[in-house]
Write a protein that binds this ligand. Sequence first.
Ligand SMILES: NC(=O)c1ccc[n+]([C@@H]2O[C@H](COP(=O)([O-])OP(=O)(O)OC[C@H]3O[C@@H](n4cnc5c(N)ncnc54)[C@H](O)[C@@H]3O)[C@@H](O)[C@H]2O)c1
Length: 319
Amino acid sequence: MALPNKNAIWRVLVTGGAGFVGSRLVRRIETEWPNAMVTVIDDFRSGDFHNLQGFRGDLIAQDLSQIELTRYFAPKSLDAIFHLASITDTREMDQRKMCWDNIESLRNLLRFAESARTPITYVSSAATYGIEARVNVETDDRKPANVYGYSKVQLENLAQLYLDKPDNAGWVVNAVRYFNVYGPHEQHKGPMASMIYQLYLQMKAGKRPRVFKHGEHKRDFVHVDDAVQCTLLAMDSGKAGVFNTGSGEACSFNDAIAELNKALGTKLEAEYIENPFPFFQPFTQADLTRSRVELKYDPAFRLASGVADYVAWLKRTGR
Ligand SMILES: NC(=O)c1ccc[n+]([C@@H]2O[C@H](COP(=O)([O-])OP(=O)(O)OC[C@H]3O[C@@H](n4cnc5c(N)ncnc54)[C@H](O)[C@@H]3O)[C@@H](O)[C@H]2O)c1
């Protein structure tokens, strides 16, 4: 669906809206579409009510994998569904829990949305690609190294199974595969917050930032506002499929520390420590060709401007 004009009454469901990216999306929708009617479903397993301060809409604090959606919504009562709710702790090793909660949540939405063909944009992850060091193209083999990534692969498979049904021709269900998102409102994630935030906390406290030897692992660090923009563009595009959502650049942890030093006005040198994890990703980078061409996605931030923007926000808000 094309996004409605800014004065429209837009009826939107955002799952995971109390989380890091979800709350940023909710804020953007309520700011740009003042007449939007946003409902958030979030059971606060990893979200935080602080993220929803100022939110005007309805909140359903329930587990999306269990909830009977027809108790809350008539079939045609929503114009768009953004699905971000997920177990996001990649250290979670309970395979049944990870798969059940993540997969059944999307199945619940698909079953509900199918009759009215309500468009769904849901969030997948670069974790679907696994740990091979290469620039990741959407058509690459998916080889997740952990059950979190595996659950996201299954989301993509499930969505495709629904889209393959002959009756569902034309229904728009698409995925945005986020890379390493950082930015405002991720504090509640604690150890699961971005490396940019972890390094910031150490450096703000005057400590040398600790990274695995020798700081040369690379990540596609993407600012949360770019992730939100790509998510809205995916909904706007009316195109089914899977779309990488990154900055398009691979930057090392040493690069991140250099940008944080600039933003903080410090000269702290990295402390390199042994890497105990055999499955630690050495390199991630999103190939953005498909997203640029089909979604017209053009990330606004590079690492330097993104870190500067984020640190300014952290300082302004006293965090
Ligand atoms: N932050 C990143 O770097 C990153 C990278 C790749 C993918 N993603 C994906 O982006 C989405 C948002 O992640 P985030 O970083 O904002 O994490 P987050 O933990 O802050 O947000 C997830 C939200 O979903 C809620 N939730 C989880 N399971 C639920 C359920 N069954 N029912 C209801 N609510 C539930 C949590 O309470 C939380 O508020 C997730 O789908 C995540 O897998 C994030």
